[in-house]
Design a protein around this ligand. Structure first.
Ligand code: 4AZ
Length: 826
């Protein structure tokens, strides 16, 4: 046996001897090593090739292009027509040719699909699918972006027989990625002149829209029209960070993000203006749902309008108003308007923007990169409270620009001429140019957006404190643990020694007594802001769980955190929430929005109309004020048969509107200790003849536990149809006002000998916002932790309405928690 043969032999185990004896020649070893090396290299290359080199990613680009040398035929609207099919083939070929010129796209183009055509001359909507090696994916996107940037003219391409311009394609909007082609939820609608077309999510309003759905509505109008789209009812799953269910409206028939008009989710009250305009004769509405949450969806109307030939104009009157196109509907994308305002030559002009909503998602604040209003060379955008722009001459030019994506409500502006030497006759002028009543100057409240009404004030020492920054604030806000001045000067020198805690009522207690579960202050303020929850000895100021244990945390009920070991603090929490996740943008008004206070009830006495308010606490029970049911001047108000309760009511003139539930009363339980003279214990419980059904406008408010604290300074809402001024009359639309809890000592000083521990002052010492006749019995709604609304009090009495130093007086609710439970079981 020769050595070569030896080398080829794959060393049988029983032949070790040979190896030991003879050994291998070096070149044989080298050959083996080399062979192994080559083998591994090949294997590695193969692995790399299959694993990485040839890994492809599927990319879908959505886009549209314009064919300028062909005319639109009606048949192009129907994807099943032969005309559509023929044109689609030509477009696909043109696209193929176009991609073939781009090295990172051409070889990887799989197919293109034409989804629709619209007028102008012809716009073709398509998507193109590519299978691109992963390492080229980014380059391909860049190439496509470069292609988009070549907006034509100036360059026009002739591909086949087409003259193409504006070929654009965007990576598929990730929000619209479609896993299955489900034609059951695709609709094509065409508007007719003078007609309004209705469409809705499948099953609306009786059953919820499908889970995991991909629906789309292609909306069209005639050539040269634009479309208006109004969501009449809108309720899809609440918006969350994962961006689950949503409706997206596009100003084109391709779902491309840069042409989004609006993205909607959550629920909107009926008064919210959800009207959108297109810039052309098409709109695409998509509904994408990724949850199984059950919501009714939407009902929408659309219609066509003649295309606006121009907007803006020449305004030559001494005063007038103007607004963004289609206000209060959302302005259309892609529009520019200019208003040229000129007033008599000896006067100046000011423009006051009463409403201003030019907001877009994902934009840096402060820079007006997209939609804006430009006046005097300055751009304004976003959401703004009322502001004024003035000119130094008798002319001013207002320019409005809306870009291709995202639109908003727009603006409403008033212009007027003024005398530059006296710009606010009889009023105070804010540095922003706004004129406000003189009484609002130096009252402790910033009425000017820039606080200028509260600067350089001479504070009235009898009831005001002078902050270090020169603001004047009510004396009773000093040392109340709230930084009212802004520079904290009202909370310094609050004469509590070191290592002590200053209570909300001014008492000083040792720091060690804070958060020990005992109400050492007497007003609960030492237990109000404790982070950890401990089981403590029960007192009347601690929350008692169902298992009898008490916790140190104040107001733990229904705050979304389980504080009791048995979880009882989070039970029975079907209360205090509104049906609509979005609030209307009623501007500066005091009119409540529909569904904003769904627990508010209107009580009508036989033949006398609305007399009192009440609040709903369960399907059969309401809370009101006992004085509403005290017999008076021969009227038996204590007789339950003389009352009617209206629930879900917004407008007193629309008591038979759908959504309003009218009920008689079965029983009135006035508090046995109610004192008709002092109004002490001014609370009553009313049982409904028949339970109400909860709906978007009828819902209960949460009742606070007996240990619940509403600290002084807290902002609370008062609502009702009562008089809007002393001696006025009841109003039609439910009103709301924001007021603040006033501490008990101040309250007692303001109305000596009249305030009992059952009463609480809430309002402003400066007056202005207050409850009034007809609001009695209505609730004080306090927004608590986790957004839930608790009833803090019942409107009871006051010396007049909205007068200075005479805040409204309310019956405290927590004191009556056990009594309510005893009487009603709620
Ligand atoms: C009333 O007569 C009434 N300013 C209610 C509240 C207030 C005044 C009067 C508080 O029903």
């Amino acid at each position: 046996m020769n050595g070569f043969e030896e080398g080829l032999e794959f060393l049988p185990v029983n032949n070790t001897k040979k190896v030991e004896k003879g050994g291998l020649r070096p070149w044989v070893v080298l050959a083996i090593v080399l062979a192994i090396f080559l083998l591994s290299l090949t294997a590695g290359l193969l692995v790399w090739h299959f694993q990485y080199r040839d890994v492809r990613v599927q990319k879908v680009f959505n886009g549209y292009l314009r064919i300028t040398n062909e005319n639109f035929l009606d048949a192009y609207e129907n994807p099943n027509s032969t005309e559509f099919a023929e044109l689609a083939i030509k477009v696909k070929e043109a696209l193929k040719l176009l991609y073939s010129e781009i090295p990172v796209l051409g070889p990887y183009h799989k197919e293109s699909t034409v989804t629709a055509f619209s007028e102008g001359s012809i716009i073709a909507y398509y998507w193109s699918e590519f299978s691109i090696p992963s390492h080229l994916a980014e380059e391909a996107e860049r190439a496509m972006a470069k292609e988009r940037a070549i907006r034509l003219p100036p360059r026009t391409r002739t591909l086949h027989s087409f003259v193409l311009t504006s070929v654009v394609a965007f990576p598929t909007d990730p929000r619209t990625v479609q896993t299955t082609q489900d034609n059951r939820c695709r609709f094509a609608l065409h508007a007719r002149w003078g007609e309004i077309t209705r469409f809705s999510t499948p099953g609306f309003p009786d059953s919820p829209y499908p889970a995991f759905a991909r629906c789309q509505w292609t909306l069209r109008g005639d050539a040269n029209s634009v479309l208006g789209l109004t969501f009449r009812s809108f309720d899809v799953a609440a918006c969350d960070s994962r961006g689950n269910d949503r409706v997206i409206v596009y100003d084109t028939l391709s779902p491309v993000e840069p042409r989004t008009v609006v993205q909607l989710c959550g629920s909107y009250p009926p008064s919210y203006n959800l009207t959108f305009l297109s810039s052309q004769n098409v709109l695409l509405v998509t509904l994408i749902t990724n949850t199984e949450r059950r919501h009714p969806g939407f009902e929408a109307l659309f219609f066509q309008l003649p295309k606006m030939s121009s907007c803006g104009g020449y305004l030559r009157e001494a005063r007038g108003t103007f607004n963004s196109p289609y206000y209060p509907g959302h302005y259309p994308p892609n529009i520019n308007c200019t208003w040229d305002i000129e007033v008599p030559s000896n006067r100046n002009v000011k423009v006051s923007f009463k409403v201003f909503y030019l907001w877009e998602p994902n934009l840096p604040v402060g820079k007006c990169l997209k939609d804006f209003v430009e006046v005097n060379g300055e751009k304004y955008c976003g959401e703004k409270p009322q502001f004024v722009v003035t000119s130094k001459s008798n002319r001013i030019t207002v320019h409005f620009h809306s870009d291709q994506s995202y639109t908003d409500t727009g603006f409403l502006a008033e212009y007027m001429s003024y005398d530059s030497s006296d710009p606010c006759p009889g009023k105070f002028m804010c540095n922003t140019g706004r004129c406000i009543g003189n009484a609002l100057r130096c009252d402790g409240w910033a009425d000017c957006a820039d606080y200028s009404d509260e600067l350089n004030c001479q504070c009235n020492a009898t009831y005001q404190f002078t902050c270090k920054n020169k603001f004047c604030k009510p004396l009773y806000w000093v040392c109340d643990t709230v930084n009212d001045c802004g520079d904290n000067s009202d909370e310094l020198d609050c004469s509590c020694p070191a290592k002590t805690f200053r209570c909300g009522n001014g008492r000083c207690i040792p720091e060690s007594q804070r958060c020990d579960g005992k109400n050492n202050c007497g007003d609960g303020s030492d237990e109000a802001t404790c982070s950890s929850v401990a089981v403590v000895t029960c007192t009347k100021h601690t929350y008692r769980c169902q298992n009898g244990l008490c916790v140190s945390k104040s107001n733990p009920e229904c705050d979304g955190k389980k504080d009791c070991s048995d979880g009882s603090d989070e039970k029975n929490c079907d209360c205090g929430l509104r049906a609509f996740s979005r609030q209307s943008r009623v501007v500066g008004g005091k009119d409540a929005d529909e569904g904003e206070w769904p627990w508010q009830v209107s009580l009508h006495a036989l033949g006398q109309g609305h007399l009192c308010g009440a609040s709903l606490i369960s399907p059969s029970w309401m809370v009101s004020a006992a004085h509403c049911f005290a017999d008076d001047r021969g009227f038996k108000y204590s007789d339950h048969t003389m009352w009617k309760a209206f629930l879900g009511l917004h407008d007193q003139s629309k008591r038979s509107a759908s959504g309003v539930q009218e009920r008689g009363l079965k029983r009135i339980i006035s508090h046995p200790s109610f004192n008709d003279f002092t109004f002490d214990y001014d609370i009553a419980l009313l049982e409904l003849e028949r339970p109400v059904e909860y709906s978007s406008t009828v819902r209960p408010i949460c009742l606070p536990d007996s240990s619940h604290v509403f600290p002084s300074g807290k902002a609370i809402w008062v609502t009702g149809w009562g008089h809007t001024y002393e001696g006025g009359s009841v109003v039609l639309i439910l009103q709301k006002g924001e007021i603040r809890v006033i501490n008990q000592t101040t309250c007692e000083k303001l109305m000596p000998q009249q305030i009992t521990p059952r009463m609480m002052c809430v309002g402003y010492l400066s007056g202005g916002v207050d409850a009034c006749q007809g609001d009695s019995g209505g609730p004080l709604s306090s927004v608590e932790e986790d957004g839930r609304i608790f009833q803090a009090g019942v409107v009871s009495w006051g010396e007049g309405c909205a007068q200075k130093d005479k805040p409204g007086v309310y019956t405290r609710l927590p004191l009556f928690r056990d009594w309510i439970k005893e009487q009603t079981g709620v």
